[in-house]
Design a protein around this ligand. Sequence first.
Ligand code: NAP
Length: 283
Amino acid sequence: MAELIDGKALAKEVRAEVKTRADAFRATHNRSPGLHVVLVGDDPASQIYVRNKERAAAKAGIEGRVHRLPAETSEADLLALIFELNGDDDIDGILVQLPLPDHLHDQTIVDAIDPAKDVDGLHPFNSGLLVVGRKGLRPCTPSGCMRMLEHVGCDPKGQRALVLGRSTLVGKPIALMLLEKHATVTIAHSRTEDLAERVRESDIVVAAVGRANLVQGDWIRDGAVVIDVGINRVDDGTLTGDVDFEGAKDRAAYITPVPGGVGPMTIAMLLSNTVDAAEARIM
Ligand code: NAP
């Protein structure tokens, strides 16, 4: 029977660490670390995410501010705001809530953020630092997954790790982070054949696809560590992951639940990145 990796409890621990560091930063520099979030349009899910970030920042001793812009904001106006935030010395982190409305290109906007303030870790400069194994701001969800592995004493060194999904946001960066920790990494995607076999031979399985119960419980190797990043809303309105939790929990050594697993870690790592950015900028 697997032990649960409690994302809520671990995220609380991370947020407490952030608060201690943010308070120390304020005591030394006479200001709190600053996080500015840009929200364009009125997508309901994005509004909830942004509100959660705003609240979490305030609780962690971070000076948060949200710039709410109308859906029809032009690219020029949005870029002008980003440049203004880039140039403000009291702002350490800038996050543009994605996806943007259709007439705006996510990547063009992300590319305009000063990489030193890119607390989402999505700027190509920071992706490059991750590829070459150098320190930099790293994407929050993959960082949260790594923190969960560390928390349960799972050292990826020499382990066979399978990442399902190859997105820039989750799949690719988590694969690079596992590689950095000396795992033997396989990346599966929509064209992968024999997915069940790839899962069966893996000591660590990270699922980041977005398909409810894609990974069947009996595919999981005995004693594997399973990190389920997927968030899927099913017919009865509840949330579920990419892994058949009920089947997998009898075989895995550790498993993350959905909800209450990776989700809460993402905001905690965003706050941690903000303090990292603040400390790095004044050095
Ligand atoms: P995405 O950009 O849609 O990427 C999905 C990936 O899954 C793609 O690489 C795709 O392959 C692959 N895929 C699709 N069908 C597959 C199949 N049958 N077998 C194997 N791979 C398959 O999604 P994302 O942004 O990475 O997010 C993935 C999931 O994580 C979503 O459920 C999302 O809601 C969740 N998420 C959670 C958090 C959190 O905080 N917990 C944060 C971010 C995302 P191709 O590249 O070949 O198309």
